[in-house]
Design a protein around this ligand. Structure first.
Ligand code: C2E
Ligand code: MG
Ligand code: MG
Length: 735
């Protein structure tokens, strides 16, 4: 008999195998493998046959048998699924099916039971005995066919999955590597193989939930959490060679990350210590591969040795060097060029440690050790310092050596370093303290781009910043912040131009804290965005109130710091505040300093255009103090320039301040920009400004910053007209 043809045989097969006739005429037929075979077991012959016909129509080979022959047919036909009928003509129960499964292991295939009653108890009991699905006996045969199709598909998928899973396990076991599935935070989600080289066990990777950063030596350039986040987001892999110290032995580990999807990756770890000679591995552990300088650990241990061997009276200094604007260089020239720059810094520092005498710097002292601490931070130990200014001389020497241009891809790249200096033993007796204090001094040096010697005030200031940071988070939530408003007037047209919003914080713990202190701390600790958002919303709300009964529009100017501008989406924040408060965008002005152009001029310009497109006015605050390029200024879509208070202050008696004010007024006029002078305190300053054509004034002479609730009364009392009159008084009175 041709068993392969499903349509041709079901009924025949039924007769052949069917014990209903009392005997099996031709014995069990040869097993059929080409088509999916389903064995229908039941004692109701017509019903079995009807079912067989329906299955055959669905291209399944149906074999039917009564319960007496079921085991025999299972062995002979090896069906892919079973359909069993329970208790109709002869009472057959689940016990019979249980017995069948016990006798014939091939009964453990997807099984549909057709039962007289289908209730929760029957389904539960059937499931416990291994039945996959229970249907009522009255069910249409076509539906049984449909369900069988689904069961077989799921069964096939499961079987395929089991096969590939056991293959995967075999491969994992055959490889020497440790395999881990990690998420985008660098946390282990699954340990797939522990590695035949024993690395997995040595690292104790057992059990998901551990972080790679806690298990592996963290690479110099970024943490594993950052590495996984960026590599998986980009869908790229990552490779690193890691060195793991352990007593005298150093283990070299090959780390590979292969993305699985955006949220998961496969980490492959292999011990490759044998590939390197032990010297190479040791060198790599102590030296930075990019610059050849001692790395942080090596520098610290050499520093410790050097300090231990110093006579108490000798003078020793630790200098911490920070490459200025490194991120900017990296962003504009690319990481390879940035690496080249760092390598050159390293070469020059090595040159200095090898330099013999003969220079003014060598007369002042000697650069004994240089090291790379991380990315763009280096450190130097200077010994045998002679004379009071020895440190400055050495720092100046280092700065001038590093300031020489570096040729990268045919382009001369200039970079400078900020240097912080700490002295041994005055500023610390151990390497950690000395380096920490030098780092603190380097932060101060960065502000003015020089070298700075550590002072205790720096530590106090940094402690104060820590206090401010801790209280600020709470202040935002507790509503301790407020805004005050300072008026601006046009004395020529006798008009009130609007108000500038200025942040105020009365802290119950720290007392009054000035915005000049709050803003840098907020920028450093990541609070500048929520703070900036609050200021914008509050200022827009207040501006709406001021304008409700105002005779003429009263724009409100909001200060935006460079860090706030660079770290967030100022245009969206402003749009949100405007939408939320329903204020007219033309009544909102943003005051930005020139330093917002420092990070990335192109994207700053785009944001300026976005803001102007929304109808928001823009002005450049503290103009003249920053990095002003006429080239950019010409292209900036701004409405006004604000002459910095420092120039206004000295306008009457300092020639250069006077010249700068005149120049800004002329510049503003030629570019079609308004010019506002800030910090006008005296009648003299006001008349000097007027004489130079600057008639828009702001300062204590016009009005001090006031709470929002006082603005209406201040206007109502005619204070601003009185202020304008004051600027015209002939007497030289100080306000
Ligand atoms: P700014 O924007 O240049 O504001 C002018 C500063 O000078 C204000 O100091 C103001 O109170 C003060 N001032 C105004 N007229 C005179 C005067 O005639 N004489 C003197 N001696 N001072 C005058 P304040 O409020 O301490 O703010 C300092 C700086 O903090 C501001 O300089 C601004 O850059 C920043 N700032 C203030 N509020 C905010 C804010 O909400 N967000 C951001 N990002 N920065 C703000
Ligand atoms: Mg301002
Ligand atoms: Mg200003």
């Amino acid at each position: 008999m041709e068993r392969g043809s499903a349509q041709a045989t079901p009924a025949g097969a039924a007769v052949a195998a069917d014990g209903a006739s009392g005997t099996t005429e031709r014995g069990p037929p040869a097993p059929a493998r080409r088509h999916r075979t389903v064995l229908i077991v039941g004692n109701d012959v017509p019903r079995r046959q009807a079912l067989a016909a329906a299955l055959a129509a669905g291209r399944l080979e149906a074999i039917t048998a009564d319960w007496g022959n079921a085991a025999l047919c299972l062995d002979s036909f090896r069906p892919s699924a079973l359909v069993i009928e329970l208790g109709t003509a002869a009472p057959v129960s689940l016990a019979d099916y249980r017995a069948l499964r016990a006798r014939a292991p091939r009964a453990r295939v997807p099984t549909i039971a057709l039962a007289a009653t289908v209730d929760a108890a029957t389904v539960d009991a059937a499931a416990r005995d291994g039945v996959t699905e229970v249907l009522p006996q009255s069910v249409e045969p076509g539906l049984v066919l449909h369900r069988l199709g689904n069961l077989l598909r799921v069964h096939d998928l499961l079987r395929g999955w089991r096969t590939s899973e056991s293959r995967r396990r075999a491969i994992a076991e055959a490889l020497p590597d440790t395999l881990l599935r990690v998420d985008a935070h660098g946390t282990i989600r699954e340990v797939l193989a522990l590695g035949r080289d024993g690395l997995g066990l040595a690292l104790d990777v057992q059990g998901p939930g551990r972080r790679l950063d806690d298990l592996l030596p963290v690479p110099a350039d970024c943490s594993f959490a950052e590495l996984c986040a960026t590599a998986l987001a980009r869908g790229t892999g990552a490779e690193r060679e890691l060195l793991r110290p352990g007593g005298d032995n150093v283990q070299a580990i090959d780390f590979r990350l292969v993305p699985i999807d955006a949220g998961h990756g496969l980490v492959v770890l292999r011990d490759i210590s044998h590939r390197h000679g032990s010297d190479t591995v040791r060198r790599a552990l102590h030296y930075d591969s990019l610059t050849g300088l001692p790395n942080r650990a090596r520098f610290m241990s050499r520093l410790e040795d050097a300090l231990g061997g110093q006579p108490r009276r000798s003078s020793v200094a630790v200098l911490r060097l920070q490459v200025d604007q490194f991120r900017r260089i990296e962003q504009s020239l690319g990481p390879a060029a940035a690496d080249e720059l760092l390598a050159e810094v390293g070469r020059r520092l090595i040159g200095m440690t090898e330099q013999a005498g003969g220079t003014p710097a060598s007369a002042a002292g000697h650069v004994a050790i240089a090291g790379r601490l991380h990315q763009d931070a280096f450190a130097v130990l200077a010994v045998d310092l002679r004379g009071r200014d020895a440190c400055d001389t050495i720092a100046e020497h280092i700065r001038s050596q590093l300031a020489r241009p570096v040729s990268i891809n045919g382009r001369d790249v200039r970079s400078t370093v900020s240097i912080g200096i700490s002295l041994w033993p005055e500023n610390g007796t151990d390497p950690e303290t000395l380096l920490r204090n030098a780092a603190l001094a380097a932060n101060h040096a960065r502000v003015d781009g020089t070298a700075r010697l550590y002072t205790d005030t720096m530590r106090l200031r940094s402690l104060r910043s820590l206090d401010v940071e801790q209280q600020l988070q709470h202040a935002l939530e507790a509503g301790q912040l407020s805004l005050q408003y300072q008026p601006k007037v046009d004395v020529a047209r006798r008009r009130l131009l609007g108000f500038e919003a200025l942040l105020r914080w009365e802290s119950p713990v720290l007392g009054r804290v000035s915005p000049a202190e709050i803003v840098p701390v907020a920028e450093q600790c990541g609070l500048i965005q929520p703070l900036g958002e609050w200021v914008m919303r509050q200022a827009c709300l207040d501006a709406r109130r001021f304008n409700r009964d105002a005779a003429a529009p009263l724009p409100v100017a909001i200060n935006v710091s460079a860090g706030q501008f660079a770290g967030g989406d100022v245009a969206s924040t402003a749009r949100r505040a405007i939408d939320m408060t329903g204020i007219d965008a033309a009544l909102v002005e943003l005051e930005l300093t020139e330093s917002v152009l420092m990070q990335d001029v192109g994207s700053a310009l785009r944001v300026f255009h976005d803001l102007r497109q929304c109808g928001i006015r823009l002005s450049i605050d503290d103009f003249g103090t920053g990095y002003s390029s006429l080239q950019y200024l010409r292209r900036l879509p701004v409405n006004a320039l604000k002459i910095d208070r420092s120039f206004v202050k000295d306008i009457a008696d300092d020639k250069s301040a006077n010249a700068i004010c005149t120049a800004v007024v002329t510049l503003g006029r030629s570019l079609g920009l308004e010019v506002v002078a800030e910090g006008v305190e005296t009648v003299e300053q006001a008349s000097a400004l007027r004489a130079r054509g600057c008639t828009r004034l702001q300062g204590y002479l016009i009005g001090r910053p006031m709470p929002a609730t006082s603005v209406a009364a201040w206007i109502g009392r005619g204070e601003w007209q009185r202020a304008i009159d004051r600027t015209e008084l002939p007497l030289r009175a100080e306000y």
